[in-house]
Design a protein around this ligand. Structure first.
Ligand code: ATP
Length: 293
């Protein structure tokens, strides 16, 4: 065999090995291969391009009705983005797509610049660091505040590991910090079922915080809260901003005014307007479809 043919053969073998490696990492990681061929290591989100969340031209139809229509949107790391829009605008469906509950018909959804969220299942997306809070609080009412927060750590472990689970000192510190952040340090031994509606909402946010999410999606967090609870929730969100990225869907405009930098207005499944609350409130299209109603 000539040296030329040997070299060609070696190159073919190298290419085959690379292809096999790529296949192997696809299967061994349970689909954890990131977009652009990068392998995601646990906890890593590449925000070097200045975005923690990136949606482009995303669409989904239900029985021929386009609930999300060529939606493009991005969020910067540490940003607190408010999303408003009339009923049926597609706000919940957008969150369903980000969290893997609904698969879009087309478009791209990236967490950081390398993690293609459309390759992951709902539970995997939560593990990647995207926490979601639904409108109704879903705390375990028969457990204390402390037990609920402790459970939030356990749910990340297997059944056997969680049976023998003991908080280590870093986790105890984290729990104390979260208790303080969510204004429940004085209620640690109370049964969650005896908390007020607002306190239950804070506890559920605390349960998400125990898992240290990079991005938090919050659906109508102040619905049903008293004015005082709403004000404390605004304080809480302003504390979280910077440490986490937040996407908050809300109808309460005075709450939005207190917490928002940039507001995105959704309508008919796509972005109608974006800017400060004053800017979007002055936008004729927004007044017509939403605020003027
Ligand atoms: N699974 C589904 N099947 C059929 N239609 C759906 C489904 N999910 C959402 N839709 C429709 O898609 C549109 C967008 O709904 P979505 O709940 O996302 O709006 P929204 O902006 O969250 O509204 P709201 O402010 O009332 O919560 C609505 O017309 C809704 O009826």
């Amino acid at each position: 065999m000539t040296p030329d043919l040997l070299e060609q053969g070696a190159r073919r073998a190298e290419a085959r090995m690379a292809a096999l490696q790529a296949e192997k990492s696809n299967t061994e990681s349970g689909g954890r291969t990131a977009g652009f061929g990068r392998v995601v290591t646990q906890g890593e989100v590449d925000v070097s391009h200045g975005r923690i969340l990136y949606l482009e031209d995303v669409s989904v139809s239900f029985d021929g009705f386009k609930a999300i229509n060529k939606l493009s949107l991005d969020i910067a790391p540490g940003e607190l983005r408010c999303i408003i829009g009339p009923n049926g605008a597609g706000k919940t469906t957008m969150m369903d797509i980000i969290t893997g509950k609904t698969r879009p018909d087309e478009g791209q959804v990236y967490f950081g610049s390398t993690i293609d969220l459309l390759r992951y299942r709902e539970a995997e997306i939560a593990q990647l660091g995207i926490g979601r809070k639904f409108q109704k609080p879903t705390v375990f009412e028969h457990l204390t505040v402390f037990e609920n927060l402790e459970l939030a750590l356990k749910t990340h472990k297997g059944v056997r590991a969680s049976m023998f689970f003991r908080l280590d000192s870093a986790q105890k510190d984290r729990l104390a910090e979260v208790l303080h952040t969510i204004h429940l340090a004085e209620h640690v031994t109370r049964l969650s079922g005896n908390l007020s509606h607002g306190q239950k909402q804070w506890l559920e946010i605390g349960m998400l915080l125990m898992q240290d999410p990079k991005l938090l999606l919050l659906d109508e967090p102040v619905a049903g809260m008293t004015d005082e609870e709403t004000a404390r929730t605004a304080e809480l969100f302003l504390t979280l901003k910077g440490k986490h990225s937040l996407m908050v869907v809300e109808h309460d405009m005075s709450f939005i005014r207190t917490i928002s930098d940039i507001v995105t207005v959704l309508c008919d499944g796509s972005v109608l307007a974006q800017g400060t609350l004053d800017q979007v409130q002055a936008d004729e299209r927004v007044i017509e479809v939403y605020l003027g109603r």
